[in-house]
Design a protein around this ligand. Structure first.
Ligand SMILES: [Zn+2]
Length: 248
């Protein structure tokens, strides 16, 4: 499989109105094709106790334009990603779909908005992120178990899990589910960052995902390797285990 890797040293980061001093940060974004018209984008950040962590999102071709599911992790990687898209794919990004309020999903939304993308997010996501809605946002509200279409994609709110507002996105054409951080990769044996999690509801949320998208063949977790539908059951098992040992 072809693989593009972009290494860039950004100096004097002063774009998108971020009042940042001169910085010299190595920013890395990796893009890998997953299926016809679907690419995985991967970026990295230093995540405190977790060390250097990678984060997954998607680029999806929808006719004559693209949709990005989740930003790269922060403004700088997001800018790098959009530059790569301009250069290599040459199609406009019409929408950014954000799967919850943390920085690995929403950080860098301004860069997308400045380039003309609509930002699709739940009202709750903006509240939790304490971001004032601007003209760039198309906000929605879903109750647990509800879904809505966004172009060719289906956004589903399974209820609180990793975060109160986490949603998953279903790509029917490729039977691929973007699970975001509500889904734990096959290789992970814990719940990850649970600062905003609802451990007691997590397994129920994943059962709704199983029930809503039974045709799923591949699942992309927020972090870690892409895998199959079994990843949802794996997450249920981990969540039930975690729910039994609170305070762990
Ligand atoms: Zn995450």
């Amino acid at each position: 499989m072809m693989n593009w890797r972009v290494w860039t040293i950004l100096v004097n980061w002063g774009l998108v109105g971020v009042a940042a001093p001169v910085s010299e940060t190595a920013v890395e974004v990796e893009v890998t094709p997953l299926a016809h018209g679907v690419w995985l984008h991967k970026s990295w950040q230093d995540a405190g106790e977790w060390g250097r962590v990678s984060s997954n999102g998607l680029i999806v071709r929808e006719g004559d334009h693209l949709v990005v599911i989740d930003t790269a992790w922060g403004a700088e990687p997001s800018l790098l990603l959009l530059d790569w898209i301009d250069r290599e794919l040459g199609l406009p990004v019409n929408r950014l779909i954000v799967t919850h309020f943390h920085n690995d999903r929403l950080g860098g939304w301004e860069v997308f908005a400045e380039r003309g993308a609509r930002v699709i997010a739940s009202k709750r996501t903006l509240e939790l992120a304490e971001v004032e809605p601007t003209d760039a946002f198309d906000l929605y509200e879903l109750n647990s178990g509800e879904t809505m279409m966004s172009g060719s994609m289906e956004i589903s709110y399974p209820g609180p899990a990793h975060a109160e507002d986490n949603v998953v996105v279903w790509l029917a054409a490729t039977k691929l589910l973007a699970g975001g951080c509500a889904v734990r990769a096959a290789e992970s044996n814990g719940m990850g960052n649970v600062a905003d999690a609802t451990i007691s509801e997590w397994a129920n949320a994943m059962r709704r995902v199983q029930h809503t998208f039974p045709e799923t063949e591949r699942v992309l977790p927020g972090h870690g390797a892409i895998g199959d539908f079994e990843m949802i059951q794996h997450t249920i098992d981990l969540a039930e285990e975690a729910a039994k040992s609170p305070g762990d």
